[in-house]
Every structure is written in structure tokens, then in C-alpha cells.
Design a protein. Structure first.
Ligand SMILES: Cc1cc2nc3c(=O)[nH]c(=O)nc-3n(C[C@H](O)[C@H](O)[C@H](O)COP(=O)(O)OP(=O)(O)OC[C@H]3O[C@@H](n4cnc5c(N)ncnc54)[C@H](O)[C@@H]3O)c2cc1C
Length: 625
């Protein structure tokens, strides 16, 4: 083993992904705490990563992606599903779909049930401090943080048709899915700055790399965590086929993500004793929850042919793509500068559910997320899926060799309730696309297909077509030390050991309602200051949730989550709702006309202004030779 002169740092961080990048920045901010970051991937300097519209390319490249696959999934016709994970500076935030969703405020109330200190009032200010929202900050959003977010330009009329159709179907619109009210349909934020992907590395790691106390080593595969008794003291890693050791005077922080973090813990002797001993691994600490409880979102693509040639299908030729790339290279704008997920929705399928759990991403193209399955005609689609699945899987060892990939199985849709939710997703989406807002555009249903109606037909479609939305988590879940399946305590320390934490998306106590990059960054941002939140940072929030009721197409204000500035006394509570005042009858036709009227006014006002100027005689002045 090469010693690199027995290097010792205050902190060693394993993984420069979403959480690792933030931690590297925050832990080294004082200029003298020494931090070593070890990342198996390499540089993110590639147009394929930087150009938002190219998102489906890096997620398929072995250079940037660990390219995991699940074991045959028993409830999905034995299919192996793709499980991409970033292997590059910025981790998965460098190869993801750039969608920025914080989650529902009530997600964090669920977290707090088993992990004190992670309620919405604790985490909100960290979301705000992270954000540099192009559209500006408000009581919920931040505008001066390092993580750039922005809306798309919503130039394609299909984006607005989607939001209008959802309102016609009885759902509310929302001004900001990351603000006061997640529930409803509206615009979607993306992590893009000046037309370029803005990963966690761009926001946090790269600005910190100038600091002399931060060392980042790429192409370094951490193979094990080293212990003295129950204290983690260092890591062994391979770089250019040479073995090194890095020692940590204070702590080792594992930020390898939901597959690699449990894998490395197990390789290092931390996990279910039976599994480890069967492979000849010495048990440092028996922790049965490591790698268990694995969870993910599934989604399918509900695709409709478009009767007008206005979708991104027009851009499929090589010349069109070359034009998009050239424009992006010269001006960092145009179709290359967006992820094309510009409108979205969050709903509940029925009464009796506390807050939304079905997510929609709308795309003016019929294609699979990984870009491999493009429909052969103009089309548009919604990515749809429920986000609170009851199915659980695992990450288990195949061998004790760190280069062997682990066994991954999600047991997707193994719980009967998940089938009920999937069927609801198909039926509710069909209803949205049937609204009049889509009349000018709606062609045939490409998939599932108009013939897919009964439960059995829908189940068959789901079994064959559903895909991962790429949000595994929960495999090192956080909880009280008394919880036998918890892996880290609410301060992110590995239970039963010293000097070791896990800080990444694997520790979420339950999965959030949305994509996971934003909450993972929040976890990383919060960790160094955990439990030292100043009371003045406590948020004041009033997040309203809604539900759709019955065929009369109305929405009802169901409950409010009210957090006050009073810190500890703040509790979520169901409010007494005055039914009469809370019921908002939907007026689909008028809502549609109103949007069109606003659109019309926006387009014609410059002409009206010019006409007015001319009538004032300025026209003759302007037209003088
Ligand atoms: C294809 C794809 C699309 C997605 N789309 C979205 C989206 O649009 N919006 C969204 O919010 N979320 C999205 N996600 C999810 C989101 O990006 C992740 O949940 C989040 O980035 C996870 O952060 P993390 O810190 O837990 O892990 P990661 O960001 O994956 O970081 C882990 C890092 O650790 C490194 N590492 C692991 N093991 C070792 C080791 N032994 N030695 C050295 N280095 C190691 C890895 O190489 C990696 O860089 C997507 C994910 C993927 C893969």
C-alpha cells in the first residue's frame, strides 16, 4: 500500500455527488479545516453534460454512469430495470434530468415523526439559502444562494394546454410548486444557469476547490472504511491501480448515494451480520437496516399523437440538431438550453389522502426518458407515477470484492396498493388529455392505447412498460437509535459507531414527493450546521393543500399546514375548514378563455401602442427621412 505519507485530514468525504459537493464546500469554508474528497468519476467538462437538452446522453454513458441494473423484477415480467447513478464530479446531479422539486412541506413532517429536527420548519431555510432562483425570491423561495434554478420559456403551446387541461379536469393551478402550494399544475423549475446545467458541483464544489484546505481526488475508488474498534479512522482507496489510505482526524462522511453507500458499509463490515459472515467479511458492527428498505418511484409515459407539427419531433434530423447545438454554443439559449420539462403537476387521486402523491412531468415529445424509444410521429407525453410506494427492496452483496456490483432489487409493485395507484394514474391522465384544451392537438393515444381499459389490461401495460424514475433512496434510513432498522440517527451518525456519518439521498426517512436532487442538497447543506439553527431562521409558512372531489369537477380546500415563527411550538395541524367558503367551483371554459385573452393582450399591446403613438403624430416624426 502506498502511504502518500500517511495523509491525515480532518474530514474525508466519499463521493463528490449532490450531497458530497455541498459538504465539501461547507466543511472547508473556514479556510483551515482540512477536507479530502474521493470521487470515483472524473471531470464533468463535456458539452454532453453541460447542455441541458442533451440530458439523455450522459445518463447512458459508462464514463459518467455506474450503469447498475436491477435483478429480474418479479412483478414486472422479470424485467431488469436500468438504475443509472452518476459517476462524475457532481454525481447524479451531473447526469440527471435537471428538474428541481423540493418536495411537499408535509414530507418533512413525516420525516420528523422518526427523525427529530427534520420538520419543514427546520429545513425550509436551507432550501432557501441554497437557491438562486432566477425569477426572484419570496417568503418561500431563495434568490441569492449558489444553486441556480429557473423556469423554461414555455414557448410551445402544448405546455400551457397541459396546465389548462388539468384545470378543466378539476385540479387547481399553482403559482409555484416549490413555494406555498405544491399541489396543482404549473411551471417546473430546472437547475440551469445562463443556459448551462448547474449541478451541485457547479454550485458548491468548484467554487471551493480554490481553497488550499480542500483536496479533491478523482478516479479514486474507495474500497473500504478502516476502523479501530468501533471508531472509523480512515479509508482505503484505489487510484490508478495503486492502493492508498486516507486518514480522518475527525470524521468520515459517506456520500456515495443510495446504492454505493450501503454497498461500501457492508464491504467494510457494517451491516446484517449474517450476510457479511456468509461472504467472509469480518463484522465490525451488526446493523440490519443497511441496504434494506430500498425504495424508488416508477413512472410510465402516457403518449398522445399530436395532430399539429409543433412538437420536438420536428427537431429529430441531424441538421436541426446541429442548428440547436450551434446556437447553444454561440448564445447558450434556444432549444439546447432547456430540459424541456417545463410544466408539471402534483395531485391526489381521491379523497382521504392527506397530500399529493402523483407527479406529472409534461414533455412536448413522445420518447422514453433515456432517449432510446422515440415514437415515429409527432406526439407529446406526461411522465406519470405515484411517489409513495409501499414496495421495498434491497442492496445486497454479491461478493466481498469491491469491484463487483451489488445485487439490487426494488420488488417494484409488490404491494397490492401500488397496483391501485398505478391504475388510478392511467385513468386520471387519460381524463386530463381528454379535456378541450387538447382538442386542437389530440390525435390517437400512442400508449397505453385506447384499448387498454380494464384493470387487467392496465396491469399488463404497467408490467411491460413502467420504468424507474431514477429516485432510489431509503437504503440507510435515518431514525431513532432505538429503531432496529435505522442506520443513521437524526444527526446522520451511523448508529453504534463513532467518527462515521452517511449524508446523501440514502438516509431519507421516507421518500419525498418529487425528484430527489433538491432534498439531497438540503441534507448536505444542513448537515454541518445541524441543530445549530438560529431561531431567527425559523420559517413562517402556510402551505395549502387541495383535493379534487367527485365528478362535479370542484376543488376543496382540505387542510392547511401552518408553521409559525415560534419555532418549537410550531406544529402542523388540520384546520377547521368552512366548507362553504372553501369550495372553489372550477370554471373550465372561462379559465381557458381568460388564459387566451391574456395571451392575446400580451401579443397585441405593442401594436396598440404603436397605433396610439401614430395617432399622436409621432408616427410622422419617426418616419421622417
Ligand atoms: C439519470 C438520472 C436522472 C435523474 N433526474 C433527476 C431530476 O431531474 N431531478 C432531481 O431532482 N433528481 C433527479 N435524479 C436523482 C438525483 O439526481 C439524485 O437523487 C441525487 O443526485 C443523489 O445525490 P447523492 O448525493 O445521494 O448521490 P450522487 O449524486 O449519486 O453521488 C454519489 C457520488 O459518490 C461517488 N461514489 C460512490 N461510491 C464511491 C466510491 N466507493 N468511491 C468513490 N466515489 C464513490 C459516485 O461516483 C457519485 O459521484 C436523477 C438521477 C439520475 C441517475
Amino acid at each position: 500500500m502506498a502511504s502518500r505519507d500517511l495523509e491525515t485530514f480532518d474530514f474525508v468525504i466519499i463521493g463528490a455527488g449532490s450531497a458530497g459537493s455541498v459538504l465539501a464546500n461547507r466543511l472547508s469554508v473556514d479556510g483551515h479545516t482540512t477536507v479530502l474528497v474521493l470521487e470515483f468519476g472524473g471531470s464533468d467538462r463535456s458539452m454532453l453534460i453541460q447542455m441541458p437538452a442533451a440530458l439523455s446522453i450522459p445518463m447512458n454513458m459508462a464514463r459518467y454512469n455506474w450503469q447498475y441494473e436491477t435483478e429480474p423484477e418479479p412483478h414486472l415480467n422479470g424485467r431488469r430495470l436500468h438504475c443509472p447513478r452518476g459517476k462524475v464530479i457532481g454525481g447524479s446531479s451531473s447526469i440527471n434530468g435537471l428538474v428541481y422539486v423540493r418536495g411537499n412541506p408535509l414530507d418533512f413532517e413525516r420525516w420528523e415523526e422518526g427523525a427529530e429536527g427534520w420538520g419543514y420548519r427546520h429545513v425550509l431555510s436551507y432550501f432557501q439559502r441554497a437557491e438562486a432562483r432566477q425569477e426572484g425570491g419570496d417568503a418561500w423561495r431563495g434568490s441569492s444562494g449558489p444553486l441556480a434554478t429557473r423556469y423554461g420559456r414555455v414557448e410551445n403551446p402544448l405546455y400551457t394546454a397541459f396546465v389548462e387541461a388539468a384545470q378543466q379536469a378539476g385540479y387547481p393551478a399553482t403559482k409555484d410548486i416549490n413555494g406555498e402550494q405544491q399541489e396543482g399544475f404549473g411551471r417546473m423549475d430546472m437547475t440551469v444557469r445562463n443556459g448551462v446545467r448547474w449541478s451541485a458541483a457547479d454550485a458548491y464544489l468548484k467554487p471551493a476547490m480554490r481553497r488550499p484546505n480542500l483536496t479533491v481526488r478523482t478516479y479514486a475508488l474507495v474500497t473500504r472504511i478502516l476502523f479501530e474498534g468501533t471508531r472509523a479512522v480512515g479509508v482505503g482507496y484505489l487510484q490508478a491501480n495503486t492502493e492508498y489510505e486516507g486518514r480522518a482526524g475527525r470524521e468520515i462522511i459517506l456520500s456515495g448515494g443510495p446504492i454505493n453507500s450501503p454497498h461500501l458499509l457492508k464491504l467494510s463490515g457494517v451491516g446484517p451480520a449474517e450476510e457479511l459472515t456468509a461472504l467472509g467479511i469480518d463484522v465490525v458492527h451488526h446493523l440490519p437496516g443497511v441496504g434494506e428498505n430500498l425504495q424508488d418511484y416508477l413512472e410510465f409515459y402516457f403518449q398522445i399523437a399530436c395532430t399539429q407539427p409543433i412538437t420536438l419531433y420536428s427537431q429529430r434530423s441531424l441538421t436541426s440538431k446541429a442548428r440547436i447545438v450551434a446556437r447553444w454554443l454561440m448564445r447558450r439559449d434556444g432549444l439546447g438550453a432547456t430540459n424541456h420539462f417545463e410544466t408539471c403537476g402534483f395531485i391526489r387521486s381521491r379523497a382521504g389522502i392527506r397530500y399529493p402523491y402523483i407527479q406529472y412531468h409534461f414533455l412536448p415529445l413522445a420518447v422514453t426518458y433515456d432517449g432510446k424509444g422515440l415514437a415515429s410521429e409527432h406526439g407529446f407525453q406526461a411522465h406519470v407515477g405515484p411517489m409513495r410506494s409501499k414496495s421495498r427492496g434491497f442492496v445486497r452483496l454479491k461478493s466481498s470484492n469491491p469491484r463487483d456490483y451489488p445485487r439490487i432489487r426494488f420488488n417494484y409493485i409488490s404491494h397490492e396498493d401500488d397496483w391501485i395507484e398505478m391504475r388510478a394514474c392511467v385513468r386520471l391522465t387519460r381524463e386530463i388529455f381528454a379535456q378541450t384544451a387538447f382538442d386542437p392537438y389530440r390525435g390517437r393515444e400512442i400508449q397505453p392505447g385506447a384499448h387498454v381499459r380494464t384493470d387487467a389490461e392496465i396491469d399488463a401495460f404497467i408490467r411491460e412498460k413502467v420504468e424507474s424514475a431514477y429516485h432510489p433512496s431509503f437504503s440507510c434510513r435515518m431514525g431513532r437509535s432505538s429503531n432496529p432498522m435505522a442506520v443513521v440517527d437524526p444527526e446522520t451518525r451511523v448508529i453504534g459507531l463513532e467518527g462515521l456519518r452517511v449524508v446523501d439521498s440514502s438516509i431519507m426517512p421516507s421518500i419525498t414527493t418529487g425528484n430527489l436532487n433538491a432534498p439531497t442538497i438540503m441534507i448536505g447543506r444542513r448537515r454541518p450546521t445541524i441543530f445549530s439553527v438560529s431561531p431567527s431562521l425559523q420559517p413562517r409558512t402556510r402551505a395549502i393543500t387541495w383535493r379534487r372531489i367527485g365528478p362535479q369537477r370542484s376543488v376543496e380546500c382540505l387542510s392547511s399546514y401552518l408553521a409559525t415563527t415560534s419555532g418549537a411550538s410550531c406544529q402542523p395541524r388540520e384546520l377547521q375548514v368552512n366548507q362553504a367558503s372553501a369550495t372553489v367551483p372550477s370554471r373550465p371554459r372561462r379559465a381557458g378563455h381568460w388564459v387566451r385573452l391574456k395571451d392575446f393582450t400580451r401579443r397585441v399591446w405593442p401594436l396598440l401602442l404603436l397605433a396610439r403613438l401614430m395617432s399622436l403624430g409621432l408616427g410622422s416624426v419617426l418616419s421622417r427621412p
